[in-house]
Write a new protein. Structure first.
Length: 481
């Protein structure tokens, strides 16, 4: 049984403010390979394509799932992005980049959770500095600060051993702090839709047991709290939601949620940025996310930009999920110190390895929720420290869309994407898809491999967005040069 007060776990939580979760669901069935010895190696080991494609993901998964005993935990933003962080660290340790690109992030999310909508990074990670997102050389890059040193210590301490079982399973064995073996088994399946460095998707996992969490001191469960705070449920009850985000006592962001044309929408203003034109704006309309951009030659004029991920196979499509944007702030722990305030409950949420750096005492997350609906009213992280971070929730109030949704009331434009791509066997794949978007929105196609964009099929007129395009066609190719 794992000791929840191990030193490495303390380091992780102090630096990254991660959370622990309770179990739900059943473990997927896998063969009894977990007791199978790793195959013998020769003096010069030969690395198979399967190992090359899955060992990085498997190492990151084993580290990300160490405190959880069910695959469903991977649907939580903190657990998922923690796993992405460990993948980034391993990539760098093998001589790769010290960041993940947006293309890698989305491809990894599909590899880890195939068929499910992608999950945005936790807002408090970004504000707390654990995750930095930068636009560099025309691409979005994700830097997982403070992960590297912890990864190095974990790898040195846990001594991961990886082996392949039956050609489609990866077994990862850790030697934990009590000198006990922890065995993880991950099953993979080839998926040509990903291509590139992630040609396999996760199909199932077998996890070792973890210590049972403490019982809650409330008459509701953490899962009930999470379900109650889905946007679908909250907007059905209250119609509008406004979330004020504070750091160091200063408001730095406001998120507005509402429905338009039957779709769940979000309009976000972030003042905590260093931009020549002030605040940044970001939005969702259903499963389409977008940002407000300024034209380089005329910063006073703006447009909306939305990324559309395409694959080798046009029937494959996954968007980002907005429904968990509020509930993702609730991590699985145990509830204590419940106080009935009349119309609300206040309580502490404890996570089994959330400790202060100074004395090892647990720092609970402070909650206030509505008694009748369990809707969040307030969350305070790291109270009393320099990292104190607060969200305040208002319901049924007037919300602001910052003018980003005006064009959704006008006729949409058509953007056609014509793709010529090549699979791993260099076989040519051609397809065309047409999308409808607002008349001031750029739809920018991105593939899970490097591509170039043009306005003509001969690939001579390079693509550049302008405000006078109307309906337009983009030609995408992975033929570089």
């Amino acid at each position: 049984m794992k000791n929840l007060k191990r030193i490495l776990s303390v380091m992780i939580c102090v630096l990254l403010a991660l959370s622990v979760f309770t179990a739900c669901g059943k473990k997927p069935e896998t063969p009894e390979e977990s007791t199978t010895a790793a195959p013998e190696t020769t003096a010069i080991p030969q690395v198979s394509d399967f190992e090359e494609a899955t060992f990085g993901i498997s190492t990151a998964l084993a580290m990300g799932m160490r405190f959880f005993d069910d695959a469903s935990y991977l649907d939580n933003a903190s657990v998922l992005w923690n796993t992405l962080g460990w993948y980034c660290c391993r990539q760098e340790s093998k001589g790769g980049n010290g960041y993940l690109t947006r293309t890698q992030v989305d491809a990894l999310q599909h590899a880890l959770r195939p068929g499910k909508a992608a999950i945005s990074a936790p807002d408090n990670w970004i504000k707390g500095g654990s995750l930095e997102i930068k636009e560099i050389e025309g691409e979005t890059r994700y830097f997982f600060k403070d992960f590297d040193d912890i990864y190095e210590e974990m790898e040195k301490s846990l001594k991961p051993e990886l082996s392949v079982i039956d050609g489609s399973y990866v077994k990862v064995v850790f030697t934990n702090e009590e000198n006990e073996k922890e065995t993880y088994v991950f099953g993979f399946e080839k998926d040509e839709a990903i291509g590139g460095e992630f040609p396999y998707i996760l199909k199932n996992m077998e996890l070792p047991p973890v210590q049972t969490a403490k019982e809650n001191e409330a008459d509701f469960t953490v899962q009930e709290l999470i379900d109650a705070n889905s946007l679908t449920n909250l907007l059905d009850i209250y119609k509008t939601i406004k979330v004020h985000c504070y750091f160091d006592g200063k408001e730095f962001s406001v998120n507005n949620y509402f429905k338009k044309n039957g779709e769940i929408c979000m309009a976000s203003r972030n003042d905590d940025v260093d931009l020549p034109y002030g605040a940044s704006y970001y939005g969702f309309y259903g499963d389409r996310e977008f940002s407000l951009c300024h034209f380089e030659d005329n910063p006073e004029k703006t447009y909306l930009s939305s990324t559309e991920f395409i694959s080798l196979y046009p029937e494959y499509s996954e968007g980002y999920s907005i429904d968990t944007r509020i509930s993702q702030n609730i991590d699985y722990g145990y509830i204590a110190n419940v106080v009935d305030k009349g119309e609300t409950y206040t309580f502490d949420m404890y996570y089994d390895y959330s400790y202060t750096e100074e004395d090892g005492d647990m720092i609970p997350v402070k909650f206030e929720v509505d008694k009748g609906t369990l809707a969040l009213k307030k969350i305070v992280w790291s109270e009393g420290t320099e990292y104190e971070n607060t969200n305040v929730y208002e319901y049924g109030v007037e919300v602001d869309d910052y003018g980003m949704f005006d064009s959704f009331d006008r006729p949409f434009r058509k953007v056609t994407v014509v793709a010529e791509l090549h699979d791993e066997n260099l076989e040519e794949i051609n397809f065309s898809r047409t999308y409808e978007v607002p008349d001031n929105m750029e739809l920018y196609p991105v593939c899970y491999k490097m591509t170039n964009l043009y306005f003509n099929k001969n690939w001579t007129n390079e693509y550049k967005y302008s405000e006078n395009l109307g309906d337009y066609t983009i030609y995408v190719t992975d033929v570089m040069g």
